[in-house]
Each structure stands twice: as C-alpha cells, then as structure tokens.
Design a protein around this ligand. Structure first.
Ligand SMILES: N[C@@H](CCC(=O)N[C@@H](CS)C(=O)NCC(=O)O)C(=O)O
Length: 211
C-alpha cells in the first residue's frame, strides 16, 4: 500500500484531496514540526525536508506536488482527474498545475518569510505589500479563467483543482480577501462541498478554510 507523508494546512493538502477523490488506498503519515512528529523520517526520505512525500506500493519515493498529483491521477484513470497521455487536455491541466506550483504558491513565500528576510518592520511591510500585489494579479488571472466554468478545466474536477483550491485557501491566512472575485468565491465553495474534499478538511482540521 502507498504511504503518504503530509502536514496539515500545507500544500500537501492538494495530494491528500487527490488521494480521496481517486478512492486510492494509502497509509497517511502526519508530519508536525511543532510536535517533532515524523520529522526525522521525512528528512531521510526528502533531503529538502518538505511535504508531500509519497511512497509507492513498490517502496519508491516521490516528492513534489506536481509529480505526485500526476502519478496519483494515473493510478485511477476512470476518475478522470487527468486526461490520457498525449492529449491536449492533459497538457493544459498540467499547465495549470505548474501555474499553481511555480507562480501562485511561490508568490506566498515572501509573506511567510518576511521576518527571515529582514528584521526591519518597515521592510517586512514592503515585502508583504509586494507579495500581496503579485497574489492579487494572479487571482485576477484565475478569476478570468474561471468565467463560465465549474472547475479550472471546465466541467470536470481535475488534479489542478485539488492544488488550486489548496493554495487559494492560503489567502485567508495572509488577510487577502477573495470575496470581490465572484468566480473564485463560487469556485471555492463548489470545491469545498465535494465529499472527498470535506473528508480531507475534516482529517486535517481545516473545515474553516473558506473566507
Ligand atoms: N516544490 C515543493 C514544495 C514543497 C513545500 O514547500 N512544502 C512545504 C509545505 S507547503 C514544507 O514542507 N515546508 C517545510 C519546510 O520546508 O521546512 C512541492 O511542490 O512539493
């Protein structure tokens, strides 16, 4: 059986959602830095010390949200979380996955690390203002692309939604309101209400995820 290393309220929630949406069997292993829970084990598996980490049924180790999401989707193609190899639809879905990983998620880094970058409160505020501006421009891009759609690829929920939902949720923690974005607000509610998503949010104690 697969093993899944995750930490609550982090980007690993995206893979957790995919696992539940796909009805795959797995052993969840929670990592907590605060409680020093499974941290040494995680560091052995991933020298970068980051979640998510997936151990395949054959005992192989996979890191990085993008790779894990794709691998998981291919374990149960009938769930249609990712289209078949060689299709344009698959590449478009992966384009959104890449957008979330390398544009959206990374845009939050200055927010979370402002105190490590500078001790000056003025500088910290400038760093956060810069990050907020970038995040807002990315939210505008998402808002436009959700127009007339249930999910980012249209009617079908995909791995891109598992990841997009997870990272948009972080806006609440950095006091960036998404409520003026009508399409995003409706989208977040729609994804939140999916039974698999509810199950993960309960397990990760994150039922207050929506703005
Ligand atoms: N590029 C990595 C990013 C992973 C990452 O940043 N994980 C964070 C949680 S969102 C983490 O484990 N941080 C703990 C640390 O780096 O000490 C991926 O997509 O998996």
């Amino acid at each position: 059986m697969m093993k899944f290393y995750f930490s609550t309220s982090t980007c690993s929630t995206s893979c957790h959602i995919a696992l539940e949406e796909l009805s795959l069997e797995y052993t969840p292993i929670e990592v907590s830095w605060k409680r020093d829970q499974n941290v040494a084990e995680l560091n052995k598996l991933n020298p970068l010390g980051a979640v998510p980490v997936l151990i395949s049924s054959q005992g192989k180790t996979l890191t990085q949200n993008t790779a894990i999401l794709e691998y998981l989707a291919d374990q149960n193609p009938t769930a249609q979380l990712l289209a078949a190899h060689g299709t344009w639809e698959r590449s478009e879905t992966m384009s959104w996955v890449a957008f979330v990983a390398s544009d959206l998620q990374k845009a939050f880094t200055p927010f979370f690390q402002a105190k490590d970058i500078s001790q000056s409160e003025t500088a910290q505020k400038e760093i956060k203002d810069f990050a907020a501006k970038k995040i807002n421009s990315l939210l505008e891009h998402i808002e436009k692309n959700l127009a007339g759609k249930d999910y980012i690829m249209g009617n079908q929920f995909t791995i891109a939604d598992a990841y997009l939902f997870t990272i948009i949720g972080w806006t609440k923690w950095v006091q960036i309101s998404t409520l003026n974005f009508k399409n995003i607000t409706n989208y977040m509610k729609r994804v939140y209400e999916r039974p698999a998503v509810q199950s993960v949010l309960k397990k990760e104690n994150m039922l207050d995820y929506l703005q």
